[in-house]
Design a protein around this ligand. Structure first.
Ligand code: DAT
Ligand code: MG
Length: 151
């Protein structure tokens, strides 16, 4: 089985609203492996690079203002199927359309304040982790719970 990595980020609204523990907990309880974690104030340049595919969208300037409006929590998570699974845990982009039980479905109401980011493909997972983390900020470790997660 292919082990993937995904970049998950708690956006400034999630940090300001005191949802950091709650959001980390969802991924932690699922059983994925946490490889990197930091509270971080990002530059406009980094936010623009992260969202470069959306550069032409009318909401792009507001999106960059939002992401740079306060500290974010950057995370790298690893596991089989972690990219798609994390997207399911996060829920639809518009929180009003996100299913109850998802992070956005439970904790947010507006697309422009949707509390969390998750990579949309394994390729982007690697690209975004490389973009947001420096060498030495990621950990290689083995969870003691592995035999209780996988047969
Ligand atoms: P997602 O974050 O679910 O991967 P996306 O990659 O299409 O969604 O867009 C990135 C972010 O941009 C999204 O989390 C919030 C913002 N955004 C997307 N579509 C928007 C819209 N129509 N109006 C305002 N903000 C939008
Ligand atoms: Mg996206």
């Amino acid at each position: 089985e292919q082990v993937d990595q995904t970049y998950i980020m708690i956006k400034p609204d999630g940090v300001q609203r005191g949802l950091v523990g709650e959001i980390i907990s969802r991924f932690e309880k699922k059983g994925f492996l946490l490889k990197g974690l930091k509270l971080f104030e990002c530059t406009k340049e980094l936010a623009e690079e992260h969202y470069k595919d959306l550069r032409e969208k009318p909401f792009f300037p507001k999106l960059i203002d939002y992401i740079t409006s306060g500290p974010v929590v950057c995370m790298a998570w690893e596991g089989v199927g972690v990219v798609a699974s994390a997207r399911k845990l996060i829920g639809a982009t518009n929180p009003l359309q996100a299913e109850p039980g998802t992070i956005r479905g439970d904790l947010a109401i507006q697309t422009g304040r949707n509390v969390v980011h998750g990579s949309d493909s394994p390729e982007n997972g690697l690209r975004e982790i490389e973009l947001w983390f420096k060498e030495g900020e990621l950990c290689q470790w083995t969870q003691v719970q592995v035999p209780w997660l996988r047969e």
